[in-house]
Design a protein around this ligand. Structure first.
Ligand code: ADP
Ligand code: ADP
Length: 232
């Protein structure tokens, strides 16, 4: 579902070049829950921006759902990006819109007719367990509920990949666990490929099948979670 081949990303700054991602090779299979873990500065955010086409690799290929995302632009890139749903640490909800309208917003943008939007929103609300909260505004929701809205919105256009960028880092441990359970549930129900970027070991251990450990732009270790994090 995702292939990174010899990917390098260098930023040009006033004081010279910063290598953020260095010769990364990676394969994420369809239906897999894959984790990328690393400390601050390891290159995780750059990886997120490479996956969703916000940055182009300096060299190499980033292929997501059969689209070579670093090498396309315009309408093609816009289409390719619809295959990738994203959720964020701070949810990025629209604060003046209700739960239902936040969730159907991507459908509105895609030009889906109102009746169909409403039907799809109802399905998504059920999927993420927000029945009864359709008319609430984000400010009336708990952190966990806000992230449920974020997940439903990310799934509105039926993406092939869900990219989670520190999606539980603002949540308490109990809420984190309930969101991770929801992600597993969605992975099983929809066969959705999930890539999770985090600095939290617990998150990786709890739901990921495989993991890549990043340090200074390199993947220093990758494999089955139990292998990579085995106790000595
Ligand atoms: P992480 O998300 O793991 O904290 P980043 O991808 O943000 O890592 O950063 C990796 C390296 O690239 C760091 O040294 C960071 O300072 C640098 N970097 C990130 N974004 C930029 C940018 N837009 N311009 C210049 N340097 C950047
Ligand atoms: P946390 O991630 O700690 O739960 P919040 O969910 O309260 O934080 O807020 C996430 C982000 O949205 C923050 O950057 C905050 O400033 C912004 N935000 C929160 N509530 C509102 C609001 N009612 N209107 C506009 N922005 C908001």
């Amino acid at each position: 579902m995702i292939t990174l081949k010899n990917v390098n990303k260098t930023y040009k700054t006033k004081s010279g070049e910063v290598v953020a991602v260095k010769d990364v090779n990676l394969e994420v299979g369809k239906g897999e829950i894959f984790g990328i873990i690393g400390y601050s500065g390891a290159g995780k955010s750059t990886m997120v921006r490479l996956f969703n086409g916000l940055e182009k690799p300096t060299s190499g290929d980033v292929v997501v759902a059969d689209n070579n995302i670093g090498h396309i632009k315009g309408e093609q890139l816009r289409k390719a990006r619809q295959e990738i749903g994203m959720i964020f640490q701070h949810f990025n909800l629209l604060w003046s819109r209700t739960v239902r309208d936040n969730i159907s917003f991507p459908l509105e943008i895609a030009g889906v007719p109102k009746k169909e939007r409403q039907k799809r929103a109802e399905e998504l609300i059920k999927l993420v367990g927000l029945e009864g909260r359709e008319k609430a505004y984000p400010s009336q929701l708990s952190g966990g509920q806000k992230q449920r809205v974020g997940i439903a919105r990310a799934l509105a256009n039926n993406p092939k990949v869900l990219l989670c960028d520190e999606a539980t880092s603002a949540l308490d441990p109990q809420t984190t666990d309930s969101i991770l359970d929801l992600l597993v549930d969605i992975n099983k129900k929809l066969g959705l490929t999930i890539v999770l970027i985090t600095h939290e070991m617990h998150v990786i251990r709890k739901i990921c099948h495989r993991v890549a450990v990043m340090e200074s732009g390199n993947i220093v270790e990758h494999g089955e979670v139990l292998e990579v994090f085995r106790n000595p």
